[in-house]
Design a protein around this ligand. Structure first.
Ligand code: 5GP
Length: 120
């Protein structure tokens, strides 16, 4: 079962501008910013504005508009980052066993170097 949403998590604070981030995009549904510890030349995190712990939580509870808005935002950020050509990786960790550290849904956009056939 998904834990209740904790509005003191670090990405909630980034959404509220209580701690700084290097934002690259924002709209009604999503905010995107550079990962503080990049694993690739381009490493951007895209988060929904709504209070969702994980992809699982989001897929189960979010409205059609939120889902559409978030998916479009991820696509837009990847295009703006110049990641579509030659290619990029989307990654979401769901739950601590999968390595999720921050309990607010985030999709990683990784690009800017050959990423290899498998996940790190
Ligand atoms: P996860 O392991 O939860 O999928 O990914 C969390 C990501 O958030 C990590 O890649 C980590 O570097 C990044 N991160 C953690 N704290 C901060 C922060 O305060 N600011 C930014 N921009 N990224 C962070």
């Amino acid at each position: 079962a998904t834990l209740p949403y904790d509005d003191q998590n670090i990405f909630a604070k980034i959404l509220r501008d209580e701690i700084p981030s290097r934002r690259v995009y924002e709209d009604e549904w999503a905010v995107a910013f550079h990962d503080i510890a990049p694993h690739a030349p381009t490493h951007i995190l895209v988060i929904p504005r709504g209070p969702y712990v994980s992809w699982d939580d989001f897929a189960g509870r979010a409205s059609e508009a939120e889902i559409a808005g978030f998916v479009r935002a991820v696509g837009h950020v990847a295009r703006e980052a110049g990641a579509v050509e030659p290619g990029y990786r989307l990654l979401a960790n769901i739950g601590p066993d999968a390595g999720q550290e921050v309990p607010h849904l985030h999709v990683h956009i990784l690009a800017g170097k050959p990423l290899g056939p498998m996940l790190a």
